[in-house]
Every structure is written in C-alpha cells, then in structure tokens.
Design a protein around this ligand. Structure first.
Ligand SMILES: [Zn+2]
Length: 432
C-alpha cells in the first residue's frame, strides 16, 4: 500500500530536508503556501503513536486553537468515519478535520513550544471505528451477494451503525441469512487490503458502488467479497471485526434502514440486553423462553381489571346520583343538586352530572371538585331554560379558570385560590 498522492502533493510545496519543511511551514503561516499533511493512517492503520518534527499552531475563524503537523496518524472526520481523539505532547485532541488535505488537530489548550510533537491516538476509539467500518463493508457486500440489495448510505453512530438499503421490504428471515453470511466472512479471516489506483486501473475491479471521485482513488479490497472505494481505516483482516449483529430493521419510504453493531459493541449490546432480560424474568418469575407469553398474560389481565373497575365505578356513580337527588335543595320552584367533592376527576364529575339529570330532568346540577391543586366545575340542567354556560362563565374569573360548553351543560377548571364553598355559593347565586 502506498500513500503517494499525498506525499507527492506535500513534496511539491516542501523540500525533502527538515529545513525545507520549516521554511515551508513559515510560509504557510504567512498564508503563502498551502501545506498538505502526510497521512500516516494510510501507510499503516495500526500506528498508535508518532513523532512530528515540524508543526505550527493556529486559530480558526471561531477562535479555536488547532495544530498542523507535517505528518499525522490522527484520522479526520470523513467518509462516514468519525475523527480520532488522543493527545499531542499530552494535550487533548478534541476534534480532527481535513481542510483540503491539511489536517487540523483541534486542542483544548495551546501546545508548549518544543522541537517535536509526540502524538498518541486513542486506540480504543479508533479500533472500534475500524471494526464498525469494515463490518459495514462486509454487511453491505453480504446483502448484495445474498439478495442483490444495494447499500445507498452508511452511518457510523456513537452506539449503533446503520446502512440504508435500496429495497422497500425486508423480512426477518432474509436478515438472518445475510447476518449468517456476513459472520461467515468474518470467521474466514480474509485479508482486508488497500490499494491506490488510477481511473484507468479501476476497470480491473468489480466495484460494489459507483465512485464519487476520479483521482486519488483508494480501494478497500476483501478478495472475492468486496471491492469498494473508501478513505477510512480498516483492520488488516476480517477476523478482527469479531462479529456482526443486526439489531433491527426499519422501513424508510422506499428504503430499509438496517441497525447493526460490530466487534466489541456486540458483547456490550449483549450485556445490556441480558440485564433487561434478567430484570424481566425476575419480575415476571418465568424462564427467558416464556417471557413474551407471560408479558402478554399480564397485559391482558390488566385490561380485564380496567374493564371491571370501569363497571364498578359506573355502579357506584349510579348510587351516588340517587343519593344526591335525595339531598337536593330547593330555591323557589327550582331543585338544585349541589356537591363539593375532593375526590372526583372531571371525567367522573361529568358522568355523575349526566346520571343525575337523566334520573330527574327537572333539576339543576352544580358540582365543584378540588383535587391535585386544581378546582373543577360542572354545571348542568335538564328541562329548565337556565343558561349553564353563562353560570359557569360568571364564576370562572374567581379561580383564574377556563372552560365553556352549551346552554344545558358546561364545564371548566382553574386554580383553588377560593374555597370550593365560596365558588358554590357564587354558582347558586346565578340562578336566584
Ligand atoms: Zn471503508
């Protein structure tokens, strides 16, 4: 493997000697020369520490400090792969970006002046990216090989990766076949090679996907499995991907999104899921194999309970309605059913009012309920021509309330800033 396009670009602007490099850097600082960084991760994706002898610090438009080195093993964001983190002379590298071939290492504090810079890559993070990235090549190749479905895009997330397939429907059975095929490629421990090629040389390879670039073409090759143009970092063999696990599939218009994890993430995922399963088996007191049927049973039971509670509640309200009618007071010729409650919710207040009115259409009903730091009012009437909406609107300002309804039935609520008795008194006044 060679990284010649980058090395050549670099040598055009800088002499081979270190003095040449320093001069070049000085000119770069004066913005006279554009300086390209040698990308060590293309020479060997396993380089975890390196020394750069020529370097400069800059500040970008957003006033963030960044370091430019003559060479680096830090991978910058690109090609769907996130940037590396690590340190430069012990200072944390927060983010790495490639700006036209020049790699900027954003740091959280300025670097002390020293002749050389020692770079250290956060290998755990980088190797995880390598596993996910190579796993994506393998999974996409497996979908292509087994079902003829092309991958249109790829996302490497912090926890989960996705590929979007150019197919509207995908069955669980298909997923199982492809997943097994992909894991078989991993177990065969095939080499993963990289090659810089010219546009002319491309015709020798059967590429999985059309390339977006026509120069500096880098191929990532798993012989007889996958030939893809890719600028990311990958392990040297499929075995190091360890495993691929498809977590779920999701329909996205005419495409299907496949969520998956590779490598160490598979064991992490398994541990997380195992904790959930263990928690549920303890709660439901059944073995793992009977979890689904046990959960179904619990849900069904709870629906039945809800139904029973509703029926009982209905019966209770009917009894309450009769009791309230017995206690009704009379003003002139009008019978008024008043109730102040500290337990009824609005839904039951309305139901109870309607039951009372059904039992005796000649009455007027005024209910005031105070509960959960709210005051609620229900006003209703049967055959009389009193305006309940007007009665309600007359008292709502007392409790900063809102509400309304029709002439025969209205409801509203507000804050319990006046006592329920006071509000009731005001309501009764409206019919006097
Ligand atoms: Zn790749």
């Amino acid at each position: 493997m060679s990284s010649f396009p980058y090395r050549v670009s670099f040598m055009i602007v800088a002499a081979k000697s270190e003095i040449g490099l320093k001069k070049c850097m000085a000119k770069f600082r004066e913005k006279e020369v554009f300086f390209m960084t040698i990308k060590l991760f293309y020479e060997d994706s396993y380089i975890t520490n390196f020394t750069a002898h020529t370097w400069e610090q800059f500040t970008d438009e957003a006033n963030r400090s960044y370091i430019v080195l003559d060479q680096t093993a830090f991978y910058p964001t690109g090609g769907g792969q996130p940037y590396d983190t690590g340190t430069l002379n012990g200072v944390q590298v927060l983010e790495v970006e490639d700006v036209d071939g020049q790699i900027r290492h954003y740091v959280d504090e300025p670097l002390p002046q020293q002749d050389a810079v020692q770079g250290q890559i956060n290998w755990k993070r980088r190797f995880d990216h390598m596993q996910q990235h190579a796993g994506q090549h393998i999974l996409s190749a497996a979908f292509e090989d087994q079902l003829g479905y092309s991958t249109v895009s790829f996302h490497l997330g912090q926890d989960v990766c996705t590929i979007d397939l150019e197919v509207a429907q995908l069955s669980e059975k298909d997923v199982a076949v492809v997943e097994a095929f992909a894991n078989d490629i991993i177990q065969q421990n095939l080499p993963i090679e990289t090659k810089w090629v010219t546009e002319e040389e491309l015709s020798q390879y059967s590429l999985r996907k059309q390339l977006a670039v026509s120069e500096n073409i880098r191929l990532v090759i798993i012989p007889n499995v996958d030939y893809s143009g890719c600028g990311g970092t990958h392990p040297s063999s499929t075995g190091q991907v360890s495993a691929i696990s498809v977590l779920k599939i999701e329909k996205q218009k005419n495409q299907t999104r496949v969520y998956f994890v590779c490598g160490h993430r598979v064991t992490n995922e398994l541990r997380t899921k195992q904790a959930v399963v263990q928690g549920l088996t303890n709660l439901l007191n059944v073995p793992e194999s009977k979890l689904v049927s046990a959960a179904e049973r619990v849900l069904l039971q709870s629906k039945e309970y809800e139904k029973t509670i509703d029926e009982l509640n209905e019966k209770l309200l009917a009894i309450e309605a009769k009791d309230l009618l017995h206690e009704a007071s009379s003003i002139h010729d009008l019978k008024i059913v008043q109730m102040i409650s500290y337990e009824y919710r609005m839904k039951d207040l309305q139901k109870l009012a309607k039951m009372v009115l059904k039992e005796d259409p000649a009455v007027v009903v005024f209910f005031v309920s105070e509960r959960d730091n709210k005051m609620q009012i229900v006003c209703g009437r049967g055959e009389t021509d009193l305006d309940m909406n007007l009665a309600l609107k007359g008292v709502l300002p007392l409790i900063n309330g809102k509400g309304g309804g029709k002439k025969d039935f209205a409801q509203g609520g507000g804050e319990p800033i006046r006592s329920a008795e006071e509000v009731m008194m005001e309501l009764v006044k409206t019919v006097r």
